[in-house]
Ligand binder design. Structure first.
Ligand code: NAD
Length: 248
């Protein structure tokens, strides 16, 4: 039986790269998407052509009812989950704090933080050996912004990712005895569409010049780290936050 992986926000970027790599490694896949159905369906065809059993499920991870529906679709198709990749995330336009309103803060925390909590809760309920599950692994996608703070750009996003780091540390301890490992990756500047929402077209190039390795990263390079943390090769790695940032 192939292991079952749920990836949130899978239709593009790091999520899509993770899906392709997971399919090549033999996982069955539940691909969550919120927008761009065409991209999600194209990815679904692609991973199926590699031989993966896969479904795509539309859901906003910030919405509790939609998350419950997402997991019920997963239950109906696969009956279990081995790996959750909490990848869905948003970044809003670059602003200083005095220009940020509450609605923006709520959006940023709703997707990045509450979405990850809600999905982790549903996954733990199914994975836990206390509930008759067989254990599993959760990989959260944080950001190097949590460490750097992202001043003058997105301290809200940095703070939200800081919350993901703390959740990773706490949940890893809380559910270790139930057979579940919880880890995170902290990507640096990765060439994906998320930067378009930042509002500064040249940001990736500007920030890349300050990376010790001298370049931005590719989504596939983050996917490799996610797949390792998800795998049995990382069987004694729990509560770890792995920077994938070119040394930034
Ligand atoms: P991306 O914008 O290409 O992908 C984000 C995905 O999340 C998209 O598919 C989007 O539709 C989905 N999404 C957004 N809100 C959602 C919601 N409410 N419900 C379900 N899906 C939703 O960007 P990416 O770079 O691939 O981002 C993936 C993750 O990596 C994010 O958590 C992001 O914060 C994190 N990250 C990215 C970078 C980077 O430089 N690209 C750096 C650090 C961390």
């Amino acid at each position: 039986m192939p292991k079952v992986m749920l990836i949130t926000g899978a239709s593009r970027g790091i999520g899509a790269a993770t899906a392709r790599l997971a399919a090549a490694q033999g996982y069955a896949l539940c691909l969550n998407f919120r927008e761009r159905r065409d991209a999600a369906e194209a990815l679904l065809s692609e991973v199926r052509s590699i031989g993966a059993r896969a479904i795509a499920v539309e859901a906003d991870v910030a919405d509790q009812e939609q998350v419950v529906h997402l997991f019920s679709r997963l239950d109906a198709e696969f009956g279990s989950i081995d790996v959750l990749v909490n990848n869905a995330g948003i970044l809003e336009r670059q602003l200083r704090l005095d220009e940020m309103d509450r609605a923006r803060l709520e959006r940023v925390f709703a997707v990045n933080v509450f979405g990850s909590f809600l999905c982790a809760r549903e996954a733990v309920r199914r994975m836990s050996t206390r509930n008759g599950g067989v254990g599993g692994a959760i990989v959260n996608v944080s950001s190097i912004a949590a460490k750097l703070g992202a001043p003058d750009e997105y301290i809200d996003y940095a703070a939200a990712k800081g919350a993901i780091d703390s959740m990773t540390l706490g949940l890893a301890k809380e559910v270790a005895a139930e057979g579940i490992r919880v880890n995170a990756v902290r990507p640096g500047v990765i060439r994906t569409e998320i930067h378009a929402s930042g509002g500064e077209p040249g940001r990736v190039a500007r920030v890349s010049s300050s990376v010790p390795m001298g370049r931005g990263g590719e989504a596939e390079e983050v996917a490799e780290a996610i797949l390792w943390l998800a795998s049995e090769k990382a069987s004694y790695t729990n509560g770890a936050i792995l920077d994938v940032s070119g040394g930034r």
